[in-house]
Design a protein. Structure first.
Length: 158
């Protein structure tokens, strides 16, 4: 397992677009995200542009993206969006890094860093029902399943 200290988060930059695009176009990553299919370049570019021009942090819907690195190597992305009463978290781990504990280390770093940025300590996450790895990761960090429907499970950490 990775140690928390080995993962760093920094704000997403335009130069990170190709790393994001590599994951957004990889069916192994996208099978649990959105419509379950790889993203086209137009969607990727639109998301990147939106991330580079974020709304003020106090605004509901204000989103921030963070690149996760280990020893200066890109290992994943963290997405955070202000909701009414919490910050919704999302994370993507590069398939090359799967099985090493990167997702857990990224989530641990996020739970330490994000309250300082948003000033909120309550978190939520949405997970596809088939994504048992992500569900286990969240529950092992204290998230609890709040509700589920046909498409998503909703987790909360107070």
């Amino acid at each position: 397992m990775l140690r928390l200290q080995s993962i760093t988060l920094r704000p997403f930059r335009s130069a990170d677009t190709e790393f994001f695009a590599s994951m957004a176009s990889d069916e192994r990553v996208t099978r649990f995200i959105g419509h379950g299919r790889p993203w086209d370049r137009q969607t990727i570019n639109a998301c990147v542009q939106e991330s580079l021009h974020p709304e003020p942090l106090h605004t509901v819907g204000a989103s921030r993206w963070f690149l996760a690195t280990e020893a200066n190597t890109e290992v994943g992305l963290v997405f955070c969006t202000r909701q009414e009463t919490c910050v919704e978290l999302g994370y993507w781990v590069s398939p090359d890094q799967w099985g090493r504990g990167v997702g857990g280390a990224m989530l641990d770093r996020t739970l330490i860093s994000i309250p300082k940025i948003y000033g909120i300590t309550k978190f939520s996450a949405r997970v596809a029902p088939d994504n048992t790895v992500s569900a286990r990761l969240l529950t092992s960090r204290g998230f609890r399943l709040e509700k589920r429907d046909d498409k998503l499970e909703y987790y909360i950490l107070d």
